[in-house]
Each structure stands twice: as C-alpha cells, then as structure tokens.
Design a protein around this ligand. Structure first.
Ligand SMILES: Cc1cc2nc3c(=O)[nH]c(=O)nc-3n(C[C@H](O)[C@H](O)[C@H](O)COP(=O)(O)OP(=O)(O)OC[C@H]3O[C@@H](n4cnc5c(N)ncnc54)[C@H](O)[C@@H]3O)c2cc1C
Length: 469
C-alpha cells in the first residue's frame, strides 16, 4: 500500500508513539495527529506547583517489557531517567488496625522467598498452611479463561488472596477480580502454572535464575521516570517529530471509508469549525468504546465488539503535606488497601518516597486512588468529600494530622480498560475484522496491555501492520 498520508487519532502515549514509529518507517509520508483536547499526552500529565512535581496519572514505567526504555534510548534521553529511591522500596498493606510490608518474597503472585511470607504478621497460621499447599494443587488445563479471583483462591486460598493478591492486583487494574481475565492480564502466571504446575515451584526456579543474573552484574529496580516527570516523555517524543502535523482541539466526529482512502470529519473544540481530512492510512488510538462509535457506519460488527470493552473510572486525590504531619515516619512506596476492609481508598502512593525531586525538602507528595470498577459511584463525589476520604485514610494508616498544604482532585472517567474474561478472544476477533479494512488500524490501552510500555508497543505494531499491507 502506498501510504502518502497517515492520520493518527488520539494524542496520548499510544498515538504519539505511533507517530514516532511511522516517521521512521515512512519518512516521506505526511503524518497528522488529531487530539480532541488542548493538552498532549492523554492521561499522562505532569504539573509543577509550589515545588511539587505532580503526576496526574502514571508516575513511572517498567523496563520489562522494554518498549518504553527503548524509546527513551532512541531519543537519547536515558541519562534523564531516574531510578526509584532504594531506601524502603516496597508497598505496605493496610489492616483494620495498622500497616505491614508486603513480604519481600512475593512479586504479585510469584513467591520467591517462602520464609518472608511465612514470617508475615499479615497472614494467619491457617492461611500460611494453605499457601504452602499450593504445590499440591493440580494445574488447570487452560481450555478456558479464568478470573483472577478464581485462579488466586484456587492456588493460594482465600485469605492470601484477600489480604495480598487482591489489593496488589486491584491497585493496577482497578478491576473486579471476579471478572478480570487471567489470560489477558496475568499471562505470565498462566504460563508458569502450565510449565511448572505450581507458582511456588516457578518462584524457586526464578530465584535461582535471579541469583545467577545478580552474580553476572545485572541491575535491578525495574521502574523508571523522567527527572521532570512523565510529561517529559510526551515532550521528548513530540520534539523528535518536527515534520509531524500535531493538531490539538481537533475532535474526530466521523470516519468514513471511500474506495481507496478514509475520510475523517473533525470539529475544532474552540471555534466549532469542521474540517474534512482524506487519508490513506488511519490509526485510531482512542478507547475501544470511542473507536467503536467512530466505526459504527464502517463496520457494525466491529463496532459492536469494540463496544464490549468496558472501562472503569477512578479519582486521584493528590496531597502535599509536611513530613512532620505524619504520626509515624513512612518511607515505603505506598499502601494498598484490601477491598475486604470496606474502605473507600484502593491505594495510596508516596511519590516523593519513590523518586527524587517530587516534593520540596521536608514535604511529602501523596496520591490516593479512589473508585475503580467496584466503587465507581465514589468518583462523582465532590472534591471536598474526596479530599476528606483521602485524609481520613492517611490518618488511619500513617497518623496524618492537620491540613495538607496542596490538594488536587483528578477524575479519570472511563480511562482504565477492563480486561474481562474472554478479552483475548474478543481482541483476536477484532483484529480479524480489522483485516477487512485496508489502511485501518487500532492501537491503545484497550487491547493488549494498559501500561505505558504496552501502549508504545501497540503503536509500533499498528505502524508495522499498516506499512506491511
Ligand atoms: C490514574 C492512572 C494511573 C496510571 N499509572 C500508570 C503507571 O504508573 N505506569 C504505567 O505504565 N501506566 C499507568 N497507567 C496506564 C497508562 O497511563 C495508560 O494506559 C496510557 O497512558 C494510555 O495511553 P493511550 O494513548 O492509549 O490513551 P489516552 O492517554 O487515553 O489517550 C487517548 C487520547 O485520545 C483522545 N481522544 C479521545 N477521543 C477523541 C476524538 N474523538 N478525537 C480526537 N482525539 C480523541 C483523548 O483526548 C486522549 O488524549 C495509569 C493510568 C491511570 C488512569
């Protein structure tokens, strides 16, 4: 296919990465990125205020998978990336009375140090016994998908699930664990069960390999963030693309297919003026629901399948406080709250304990996550109420007292895709339908991963498929 014009809809990390890879693959093409909002970066937004560096959504990315770190390497920016502060590099779990660290030897569901788990005051003796019995639990044949709830309780028992696994995973996907697809979100644990029959056994093998890697000098600390915040990643990518036409305030209203091209209508969000764009290639990086609506008249079946991918909403309450306002010194990265405790906060993240330069000296930057698939009604509470929920949670967990000196409330509506049971098959089917539409691709966090690296990868894959056509 002769791609003279490529149009990318959505100026989040997926759309901008797609532009980055397209610029390299088809340097002579005219590339346009259309973004309905004023700002670039989608949910990735950093703000500086009163000496705080405030991340409104993501505050870091993992180096595994490698796509995010690789794009930083390509941009020559790895020197400007921070590693996490290693002082107390772990999360804590809230109980009714207090907080305790997540045992060192548990990485989501991979136990690599049984002693640390067996020593944890978070679990009863019966729960520890049930946990050890995991090696005797037969593996599933994986002829069908399984929910996180079903998988984790089957392998580790209910208490380990409720106390550790649900809050650890819940904080990432803000999902209903009874619906969350293991195959779509935790494929590596599915593979471990298939290969080793037990996750404890898989942990033993992983630990052996880690010791070998450590001996060979490999570095740990998988998370990175730009010194000046995640918004830098957006700026770096955009600055590397001087030939790309970036149009913000361009709300794509309709998409139509002609014999040999695509026709897009946009409305300028400020002036209300409409614009027609004709393009050979089109990559939609909007959420599956929005992409489904845009493709309604192009392919009803595709639109219907896209509409099945739900998204959850959450609120982030950001507080800047004096370290002296904490009743106890806390240097961990955050505190996760098991949903069995019936509290309103899903997790709190201490940004200034994770990365340097996030708060002025003597101050602490904290973000509280509220809402998610199980408590979506909380997102509609007014700012004051949400701030009160966040401060009460901090009073309970770290003895916070007084008033914060900085507050922000951000609501992310329908921004966290929910990979429900059968998600993988649904996306396979969507990709089969897309093949019928030459020049059209879908990318973004609705399909094969929600993290920043997965979004970058999906932008790269969309360009690859398009240029291979
Ligand atoms: C609170 C929160 C915390 C997170 N924390 C992390 C983290 O720490 N690490 C991590 O790796 N990931 C994290 N994630 C996930 C990750 O940030 C997102 O999955 C990713 O940034 C999504 O990028 P995207 O480009 O696919 O979508 P988006 O960022 O949603 O971008 C889509 C863009 O499309 C635009 N758009 C929509 N409709 C139209 C239209 N009709 N016309 C034109 N443009 C349109 C939107 O305005 C938006 O800018 C977090 C997400 C949230 C919400």
């Amino acid at each position: 296919m002769n791609l003279k014009k490529l149009t990318i809809v959505g100026g989040g990390i997926t759309g901008l990465s797609a532009a980055f890879f397209a610029q390299r693959a088809i340097p002579d093409a005219q590339i346009t990125v259309l973004e309905s909002g004023e700002c670039w970066g989608g949910v990735l937004q950093t703000e500086s205020a009163d000496g705080y560096l405030i991340e409104r959504s993501a505050d870091m990315f993992t180096t595994d998978p490698e796509s995010a770190i690789r794009i930083c390497e390509d941009l020559g920016k790895t020197d400007e990336l921070l590693q996490t502060i290693p002082i107390d590099d772990r999360a804590y779990v809230a109980t009714d009375e207090t907080i305790h660290p997540v045992p060192r030897g548990l990485s989501l569901m991979l136990p690599s140090d049984l002693d640390s788990i067996l020593a944890s005051p978070l679990l009863s003796e019966a729960a520890k016994e049930r946990f050890l019995a995991e090696e005797q639990i037969p593996a599933s044949d994986w002829s069908h998908d399984e929910s996180l709830f079903s998988f984790a309780t089957r392998r580790f028992g209910r208490e380990v699930y409720e106390t550790l696994i649900q809050p650890l995973v819940g904080g990432i996907y803000t999902a209903d664990p009874a619906k969350l697809s293991m195959q779509a979100t935790m494929a590596r644990f599915v593979a471990m069960e298939k290969q080793h029959g037990s996750l404890i056994q898989a942990g033993r093998i992983a630990k052996g390999k880690a010791i070998q890697r450590e001996a060979s000098g490999a570095r740990y600390g998988m998370f990175r963030a730009p010194q000046q915040g995640i918004g830098e990643l957006i700026r770096w990518i955009m600055e590397s693309l001087p030939k790309v036409d970036f149009q913000n305030n361009s709300n794509v209203k309709t998409v139509a297919k002609t014999k040999s091209s695509w026709q897009i209508t946009t409305i300028d969000s400020r002036s209300g003026q409409s614009q027609q764009i004709e393009t050979d290639g089109l990559i939609l990086t909007t959420s599956a629901k929005i992409s489904g609506r845009l493709l309604q008249l192009v392919d009803g079946e595709l639109a219907k399948d896209l509409g099945k991918i739900e998204a959850a909403s959450s609120a982030v309450v950001i507080l800047g406080i004096d370290r002296e306002q904490l009743g106890q010194d806390f240097s961990g990265y955050g505190i996760i709250v098991p949903s069995i405790l019936n509290r309103d906060v899903i997790a709190t993240s201490f940004g200034s304990n994770k990365f340097e330069g996030r708060a002025p000296d003597g101050k602490v930057l904290i973000r509280c996550f509220i809402g998610g698939a199980l408590r979506r009604e909380l997102v509609d509470l007014d700012d004051e109420k949400l701030i009160a929920i966040a401060t009460e949670e901090l009073q309970r967990t770290v003895g916070f007292h007084g008033k914060p000196d900085l507050t922000r409330v951000i609501r992310w509506r329908n921004c966290m895709p929910q990979y429900h049971l059968g998600h993988r098959e649904l996306v396979d089917g969507i990709e089969e339908l897309i093949v019928n539409h030459q020049g059209l691709e879908l990318a973004g966090n609705s399909y094969r991963g929600v993290g920043i690296p997965a979004c970058i990868e999906s932008g790269a894959r969309a360009v690859e498929r398009l240029t291979a056509e």
